[in-house]
Design a protein around this ligand. Structure first.
Ligand SMILES: *Cc1c(COP(=O)(O)O)cnc(C)c1O
Length: 412
């Protein structure tokens, strides 16, 4: 069956999430397929940002910590995120960067498993995860070790020597989705602590950390949760581990009584202990707008739409751009991928630049990956159709060969 524009439009007519698109600021004529890197701006973020700056900061100043509940924002937003990732109330805080939270999480995982010294990571993961754990292991000393494995090697490498298994559920480049339940079960049967990175899962698909019996998790809010550039990340710790272990970045916000200003650190109760210091309140307040929007959505409907968007994109690229040398890197089975599609092409970089110039915003990941994120809240099936038409036009006309598309920028 040949796929048509009419088919895409019909899918939009039936889309139960279609009304969410209007809640986002999108540039007319532009098709934004990079929500897996920086989510689009919820229109309500403008008003919220103005209110926090003009009223809360501008007028109430220091009183806002109490009056506008600034102090409890990490917990309040954390509880909302918890409802999106299958965590309980009081198991998540929204704070710091993903990398910082990963440092805390892995340090806690090692403390929970003190007789073992190995942290298992996926070598091809987003590099900051590897860098952060390498840094931690260096701090801890020579008997600690990072072990790298790729996904077909996990079974062989997850054994009784491993203290912590730390994996990203959806791969940042390929979009491949791991089986969280099965891997957690297997690793825990070998006595490992299991930490999940949800950077490409939170707001992209239903996640159920407690069903999987995950020990800890981290993730960011600026991708599918549409929290804004550099918005604070989150960290989850299962209740069964609360008050049993202390994270190493023991700042005053994690103290049992921050405003007693005692000389010595005493870890706070429950999830509060995962906090470190004064939070970026402007950023947190705006992140809450994106999280609130996601909380209105049925995650099963979101997943169904995400799978249909990515499938339509793959099918259309293969129908319209056949013979131009693209190979699908993402899993073909929609159950096995997240909400993004990656194709490999030797001229990936200039092709992505030409696409951006044509109003189709995806991104390039070295060495040869063209990456397209699909955000079910604001991408439509018709977007997918037009994106692939522009893609075809660039390949047919060979416009990607123009010199301006072949100059490398700092951020790809
Ligand atoms: C986006 C992403 C991060 C981001 O880390 P920051 O500390 O926010 O820079 C980390 N890990 C993975 C797997 C990601 O996809």
């Amino acid at each position: 069956m040949t796929l048509t524009l009419e088919h895409a439009r019909k899918l939009d007519t039936w889309d139960p999430l279609a009304n969410m698109r209007d809640k986002f600021a999108l540039n007319t004529g532009e098709i934004y397929l990079d929500g897996n890197s920086l989510g689009a701006m919820p229109k309500a973020a403008v008003k919220r940002a103005a209110e926090v700056v003009e009223n809360e900061w501008g007028k109430s100043l220091i009183q806002s910590w109490n009056k506008h509940q600034w102090f409890s924002l990490p917990q309040r937003i954390g509880d909302k995120i918890a409802s999106l990732i299958g965590a309980g109330q009081g198991e998540v805080v929204c704070t710091d960067a993903t990398g910082i939270n990963l440092y805390k999480a892995v340090a806690c995982g090692l403390k929970l498993n003190p007789s073992r010294k190995v942290v298992l990571l996926e070598g091809s993961n987003f590099p900051t995860n590897n860098y952060i754990v390498q840094g931690l292991v260096k701090q801890l000393g020579d008997d600690y070790e990072v072990r790298f494995a790729e996904d077909h090697e996990f079974d062989d490498n997850i054994d009784e020597s491993v203290a912590v298994v730390c994996l990203t559920q959806v791969h940042y480049k390929s979009g491949r989705k791991l089986d969280m339940d099965a891997i957690t079960r297997h690793a825990q049967s070998k006595g490992c602590i299991v930490i999940w990175d949800l950077c490409h899962s939170a707001g992209a698909l239903p996640v159920n950390l407690n069903q999987a019996n995950a020990d800890l998790a981290v993730g960011c809010t600026y991708k599918y949760l549409n929290g804004g550039p550099g918005s604070p990340a989150f960290i989850f710790m299962a209740k069964r581990h609360h008050n049993k272990v202390e994270q190493p970045l023991s700042g005053w916000w994690g103290h049992q009584a921050p405003f007693d200003f005692k000389r010595d650190y005493q870890a706070g109760q429950g999830i509060n202990q995962l906090l470190t210091g004064t939070q970026g309140i402007l950023s947190l307040a705006v992140a809450e707008v994106g999280v609130d929007l996601m909380c209105q959505v049925d995650m099963q409907q979101l997943r169904a739409k995400s799978q249909k968007l990515t499938q339509l994109f793959i099918d259309l690229v293969e129908q319209e751009c056949a013979g131009y040398g693209f190979s699908l890197v993402s899993p073909r089975d929609p159950e096995l991928r997240g909400s993004q599609v990656a194709f490999a092409h030797e001229h990936g970089y200039p092709i992505v630049q030409a696409l951006i110039a044509a109003g189709v915003v995806g991104d390039f990941r070295a060495p040869d990956i063209l990456r397209f994120g699909f955000a079910p809240l604001y991408n439509s099936y018709e977007d997918v159709w037009h994106a692939v038409q522009r893609f075809k036009d660039i390949m047919q006309s060979q416009r990607w060969q123009q010199p301006e598309f072949n100059q490398r920028h700092a951020v790809t």
